[in-house]
Design a protein. Structure first.
Length: 445
């Protein structure tokens, strides 16, 4: 018998649960064209959405992906659909940057637009990806966190039209089966889906629109030339294009010539999913099947899978990527601490990926003169990366100087940062210590 908080099995699958039925797409081999109007680098949400919008308007588009389409974070996330803006972090940056930063109200409208865009796009294109607007829980790990959430509710509703409201600790059993929290904020205007099925739908739409899709093609550099660019592959092949869109997000360091590496912090994210639970247990954990987050600095997030029978729990198990076995052990202990009724539950899947954080907490479209980049999902990329991909497509078609609030000339790159996040272990240790202090202080109240 396993000790408390230890995974009772080691035979779990080390890939996303979404891939059991919908693995990342592989394209039939085809010759790389010598030129294309536009080359998109990256086969996740942002790249596919950019390519689709351009191709639907008659532009010849070639998309290049180093792995299978949707292999990285777009196909490995938890499937939460939310605004993707941390107002607290953005406000701190806004005070520091002053007039160079976009207004918080404008950013909030842009974030809300990303969710509306995602919902409309799924419905209009009849994509079967199990999308439901079930809402989101921001759980308070201490009484102080509850007070902070309550103080932010009115502003959140004014900025995002979120419909948010508070649920007290005494009533939280209607939302979550855990005594580890001191109440929660409910945000109805949030959803959840199966990210692999969304990717599958996007790939199918790109094929229908005539996008030339190539997987297994690694871009090593982008060279500017008269009248456009040469996109050079690792095997020496090249394709000429008038315009290039780079949509590789957390993997920016793999393509230094795009100029993103010093602006993006790649952070490891890890997820475990239980095997099917007894229906009564699953229903008690999240009765309304909302997506949840625990509000700590070392954030954990959770939801039930689309079939309702399994529990997904994710977070930062380590500052950098580690094996699924290592991350699963860490996450399982955290999960059981928050949800003791899951102690002894078998794990069915464990996996990880890298997500991209910007220093200002804002997603970005950046670039001009034919080279555009999309980056900075900040851990909330499902709606935002699809939205920004669409917006970059519109920017190119309309030859617009600025297409939305996230299309900003300022994309901060702090001094002494070269794309290698050496500071992450220090930050993780400090966050962990502060979280433990908060818990101890709450226990003394």
């Amino acid at each position: 018998m396993s000790a408390r908080g230890e995974i009772p099995n080691s035979d779990f699958r080390t890939q996303p649960i979404w891939w059991d039925e919908t693995p990342p797409s592989r394209e039939p081999p085809q010759e790389l064209a010598a030129r294309s109007d536009i080359v998109v680098v990256g086969g996740g949400f942002a790249g596919l959405s950019t390519a689709l919008e351009l191709a639907r308007h008659g532009v010849a588009v070639t998309l290049l992906e180093a792995e299978a389409l949707g292999f990285n974070a777009s196909g490995r996330n938890s499937g939460g659909v939310s605004f993707g803006i941390d107002l607290t972090k953005v406000a701190r940056w806004h005070r520091w940057a002053g007039r160079t930063a976009p207004g918080i109200a404008d950013l909030a409208r842009g974030a809300a637009d990303s969710v509306s865009y995602m919902e409309t796009f799924i419905a209009k294109n009849a994509i079967d990806c199990d999308y439901h607007r079930r809402g989101r829980l921001s759980c308070a790990p201490t009484p102080h966190h509850y007070d902070e959430l309550a103080a932010r509710t009115d502003r959140l509703n004014k900025l995002f039209d979120a419909g948010a409201y508070m649920v007290s600790r005494a009533d939280q059993y209607t939302e979550i089966g855990s005594e580890s929290f001191y109440g929660a904020m409910v945000v109805p205007r949030s959803g959840q889906l199966d990210p692999a099925r969304l990717l599958h739908g996007l790939v199918a739409l790109c094929r229908q629109a005539g996008v030339r899709l190539h997987d297994g093609m690694t871009v090593s550099r982008i060279e500017r030339k008269s009248g456009g660019f040469n996109v050079i592959l690792a095997d020496g092949k090249k394709i000429a294009a008038e315009t290039v869109v780079v949509a590789i997000n957390a993997h920016a360091a793999n393509l230094p010539s795009a100029g993103l590496a010093q602006r993006i912090v790649p952070v490891a994210s890890h997820i475990i999913v239980t095997e099917p639970l007894p229906p009564a247990t699953a229903d008690a954990l999240l009765p309304k099947r909302r997506t949840g987050a625990d509000g700590r600095r070392l954030l954990a997030y959770f939801r039930r899978t689309p079939d309702g029978m399994r529990f997904l729990y994710g977070g930062r198990a380590a500052p950098f990527e580690v094996s699924p076995q290592e991350s699963a052990a860490v996450l399982y202990r955290r999960m059981v601490k928050a949800f003791p009724q899951l102690d002894g539950a078998r794990i069915g899947h464990a996996w990880g990926c890298k997500v991209a954080f910007s220093f200002d907490g804002i997603p970005h479209i950046v670039g001009s003169d034919g080279l555009y980049c999309i980056a900075g999902c900040n851990g909330n990329g499902v709606a935002m990366m699809n939205y920004l991909g669409y917006k970059v497509g519109r920017k190119i078609i309309e030859t617009s100087k600025s297409i939305c609030v996230f299309d900003q000339p300022v994309f901060p790159s702090p001094p002494f940062y070269d794309g290698r996040p050496w500071f992450l272990p220090v930050v993780a240790a400090a966050y962990g210590a502060l979280d433990r202090f908060d818990s101890l202080r709450a226990g003394r109240r």
